[in-house]
Design a protein around this ligand. Sequence first.
Ligand SMILES: Nc1ncnc2c1ncn2[C@@H]1O[C@H](COP(=O)(O)OP(=O)(O)OP(=O)(O)O)[C@@H](O)[C@H]1O
Ligand SMILES: [Mg+2]
Length: 328
Amino acid sequence: MAAPLLEIDDLRVGIRSNAAAEILRGVSLTIERGETLAVVGESGCGKSLTSLSVMGLLPDGLEKRGGTIRFEGAILPITDNEAMRRIRGRRIGMVFQEPMAALNPVFTIGDQVAEVILEHEAVSRADAMARVVDLLARVGLPDPAQIAREHPHRLSGGQRQRVVIAMALACRPDLLIADEPTTALDVTVQAQIMRLLQELQRDLGIAILLITHNLGLVAQVADRVAVMYAGRKVEEAATAGLFAAPQHPYTRGLLAATPRPGRRRAGEPPLTEIPGVVPSVTELLSGCRFRPRCAFAGDVCASVDPAFGGRVACHFPQTVELVPGVVT
Ligand SMILES: Nc1ncnc2c1ncn2[C@@H]1O[C@H](COP(=O)(O)OP(=O)(O)OP(=O)(O)O)[C@@H](O)[C@H]1O
Ligand SMILES: [Mg+2]
């Protein structure tokens, strides 16, 4: 059997100056060619740091302490900077969490997207520019030749996000990592961007690692969902199964806090927030880190951090369907 496109195994990341502070506490994720894996969880759960680890772009002050990341079987990050640079951008495209930071206000859109192509491929500037116009059309921008001549500040937030996606796709990567690609956008534009990602996936066959805490979007686009809590994966399942019968109390809490327009049924409980907050990485807490917020916790949860057992990392997984009869 061919190796998965991306395989993250037991990834551990900590704070360099604090040996006790572990931020990613053994994250394992797999992405096959052409599929969409959504990684969800509240703010601070380690979603962005997981993707930055793949790109070899951990912020200063953090260190990888263990685990392996493989891309098509090859271990990342490759220590040869040049080879890593070729993978980044060319094989793996990334849409970072702050889209404005990805665009330089001084240069035109066309020059910036062309630069990505010129960095990775031996083509003429004119050929690169022709491809830029095609790409801008591909991501649904009207009058792409005109947009290529504009500076970023002349574009709307939604248009800029399309440009950032075009940059990530410029060298036809096999994997697109999109970290909160729609958060800064209004709801209508969010839906457009998600439709765009789905189309690109269908047409280009790229795999997508979609990081978000918006479960409504996940339900529409993901094949599988991994739920992260406090630096660990606590549940993973095919999207329909996860939404119909989430097993981890944390996943159930996230779903109960998510509005599901048009899908309310009689008997579905009203929206409720999960009580409490994600513990900080320096907070000492034995056993399961979700325990202080969990209505199902028992004695064992205070002493033993539950291992991930294929579907869920929980001593008391819940098996009753959250919304009986509703399968997404
Ligand atoms: N440079 C850093 N130094 C110390 N701690 C950091 C650093 N960067 C991130 N962290 C901590 O690591 C944890 C995980 O951060 P990360 O950015 O991966 O979260 P996230 O799940 O992407 O959250 P969000 O949904 O807000 O984007 C957070 O608790 C954060 O405070
Ligand atoms: Mg993040």
